[in-house]
Write a protein that binds this ligand. Structure first.
Ligand SMILES: C[S@@+](CC[C@H](N)C(=O)[O-])C[C@H]1O[C@@H](n2cnc3c(N)ncnc32)[C@H](O)[C@@H]1O
Length: 254
C-alpha cells in the first residue's frame, strides 16, 4: 500500500530510523499528497451520491467519516496496548498500515463477486467498517473482524446502525463457516501473515468467494475467478476474486 491519506503510513520499528518521508523527494511527496487529496474528494463524493440511493445507510457513513475527521485512522501511536496486541497476533507494526476501500468500489466489486440478499460477507481486517456499508448496500449480511480496539470502539455504533457488525478479534481465528464471501485488504500484511490467513481460507465452505487486494491467493483449491483494477483511498489497486473449490476443505496435500 502506498501512502493511505494525508499523513504518512505507519512505520514499523524495523524501518530505517533516518528514512525520512520514506525516502521520497519533496516534489514526489507533494505530488503524492495532492493526488491522495483528489482521490479523497472524488471517492467521498461518489460514495455519498451512491448512498443517496440507500438513504438508511447515509447516517452511518457520515458517522464513520466524521469520526475519521476527528480521530484519524492513519496515525497510530506505538502504545503498550498496540505492542501487546501485535505480540499476541504475531505481527509487526507495519501490518497495521491503514487504507480503505470506498463504498462505490466495494459495491461494484461485491456485485461482481455475486454478493446480494442471502449472502454473508466477512471482512478480515475491517478497520472502521467502510466496506461493510457496501455489502449492506447490496442487501447482504456483513461482519467485520478488526484487531485494533480503537477502530472498533469508534466505528461499532454507526456500523451497527447500518445493520452490520464490527467485531474485535484476530482474523487468524475468524470463523468463516457461514461466510459466502470473504474480503481482505491484506496489502500491508507480511508473507508469513498472509500464509496464515490462507490457512484460514481453507476452512471456508466450497463455493465461498475470497476477495483479496494487491495480491492474489496462491494456494491449491482456491482458484482465481477474475482480476480487476479498482480505486482505493491510496490509488488504483488490483483486486482478485477467487472461489474455494470442493477439494480445499481439510485438504492440504494438493
Ligand atoms: C488496510 S486496512 C483495511 C480496512 C478495510 N478492510 C477496508 O478495506 O476499507 C487493514 C486493517 O486490518 C487490520 N488488521 C491487521 N491485522 C489484523 C488481524 N490479524 N486481525 C484483524 N485485523 C487486522 C488493521 O488494523 C487495519 O485496520
Amino acid at each position: 500500500m502506498t501512502e493511505p491519506s494525508s499523513s504518512p503510513p505507519v512505520k514499523s520499528q524495523q524501518d530505517a530510523p533516518d528514512d525520512d518521508d520514506y525516502g521520497m523527494s519533496l516534489p514526489a511527496l507533494v505530488v503524492l499528497r495532492v493526488s491522495v487529496m483528489f482521490i479523497e474528494l472524488f471517492t467521498r463524493l461518489a460514495d455519498v451520491l451512491l448512498l443517496l440511493r440507500r438513504p438508511r445507510l447515509l447516517p452511518s457513513y457520515l458517522g464513520i467519516w466524521l469520526r475519521e475527521v476527528f480521530v484519524s485512522p492513519y496515525r497510530l501511536k506505538q502504545s503498550f496496548e498496540v505492542r501487546r496486541v501485535l505480540q499476541a497476533s504475531g505481527q509487526i507494526l507495519k501490518e497495521l498500515m491503514y487504507g480503505e476501500m470506498p463504498v462505490h468500489t466495494g459495491v461494484w466489486l461485491f456485485w461482481k463477486a455475486g454478493l446480494g440478499p442471502g449472502s454473508r460477507l466477512v471482512d478480515l481486517g475491517a478497520g472502521r467498517g467502510r466496506t461493510l456499508l457496501a455489502a449492506r448496500w447490496l442487501g447482504a449480511e456483513a461482519v467485520g473482524i478488526e484487531l485494533m480496539q480503537h477502530h472498533v470502539a469508534l466505528a461499532r455504533k454507526p456500523v451497527e446502525a447500518a445493520g452490520a457488525r464490527l467485531v474485535l478479534g484476530d482474523a487468524m481465528q475468524a470463523d468463516l463457516q457461514d461466510a459466502t464471501h470473504v474480503f481482505t485488504n491484506w496489502t500491508a500484511l507480511t508473507p508469513q501473515t498472509r500464509a496464515r490467513l490462507v490457512e484460514r481460507f481453507r476452512t471456508c465452505r466450497p463455493g465461498t468467494r475470497i476477495l483479496t487486494v494487491t495480491r492474489p491467493v496462491e494456494a491449491p483449491g482456491i482458484a482465481v475467478v477474475s482480476k480487476h483494477r479498482l480505486l482505493f483511498t491510496w490509488g488504483l489497486e488490483h483486486v482478485w476474486i477467487h472461489e474455494v473449490s470442493d477439494r480445499v476443505v481439510g485438504d492440504t496435500t494438493n
